[in-house]
Each structure stands twice: as C-alpha cells, then as structure tokens.
Design a protein. Structure first.
Length: 138
C-alpha cells in the first residue's frame, strides 16, 4: 500500500465471513514440521475463537480481531506502467519480503505477455540478476 501512484481495492474482513479462512504461511513455517505443528494448533484455536464469537452474536467486523496476519485477503491494484516498473525494481530484490517479491515476479511475468516492449528489458535484467526468484524460462 506504500505506492501512492496506484489504486487499491481490498477484500474486507469486516464483511466477509472468516470462519474457515485461507492461510498464507511463510516458507519458514510451511516447510518446518515442528513449526507447522505449532501453527496448526494456533490456527485451530483462532478458527474456534472466531466461530464462538460469531455464535455469540458478535459482528464479523469485531470477531475479525482474533485473525492473525496470515489470514489471506484479495487485493486488486491498478497503476500505470511507470509505477509498475518502479514497483518491480523495488520488490523483485533480495531485500524485499518474500511474499511481495513472489507476487511481483508473477505480476511481471503476466504483464510482460501483454506489453513486452515496456517490460522486456527490465524482465531480462531481473531474470539475470535474480534467477532464483524466477521458476521458468518463458
């Protein structure tokens, strides 16, 4: 949400029932069996607490406060090509958080198919510089 030359529309947990949420886990949790056990325990407790609050008549907008950051949401972003190129330069980088980096790699691959003349040079540069972030040779 830091990029101001963009427009964002995000799914609201205030209105969407989150009794059975989708989770997004970092690789450090998803790939470590012991960490995964800790996560699964917490996720079960969170779901039970959310459902119990809703059964007590607590509104979704208040019950959502028990949800962790790992609760998935959907965002639609609109921005011009110049800002999108800027975002890719910043976020497809080892210093970027893994989740946004993965999303930006996917976005770059998608927009490259639509506008290769705009995104081709940056795509080639980033694929060379950060090959491990890209999974295919397309």
């Amino acid at each position: 949400m830091r990029h101001r030359v963009a427009s964002y529309s995000q799914e609201s947990q205030r209105y969407v029932d989150m009794a059975d949420p989708e989770w997004v886990l970092p690789p450090a949790l998803a790939e470590d069996p012991q960490a995964r056990v800790v996560w699964e325990r917490l996720a079960g407790e969170v779901q039970a607490a959310y459902r119990a609050l809703r059964e007590l008549g607590v509104r979704k907008e208040d019950a959502r406060f028990v949800l962790p950051n790992a609760t998935a949401t959907r965002i639609v972003v609109t921005m011009n090509f110049r800002e999108l190129l800027h975002v890719f330069r910043l976020r497809i980088n080892p210093a970027a958080q893994w989740e946004i980096r993965e999303v930006c790699v996917r976005m770059l691959e998608c927009v490259y198919l639509i506008a290769p003349n705009v995104f081709g040079d940056l795509r080639a540069e980033l694929r060379t510089k950060y090959a491990t972030f890209f999974t295919s040779e397309g």
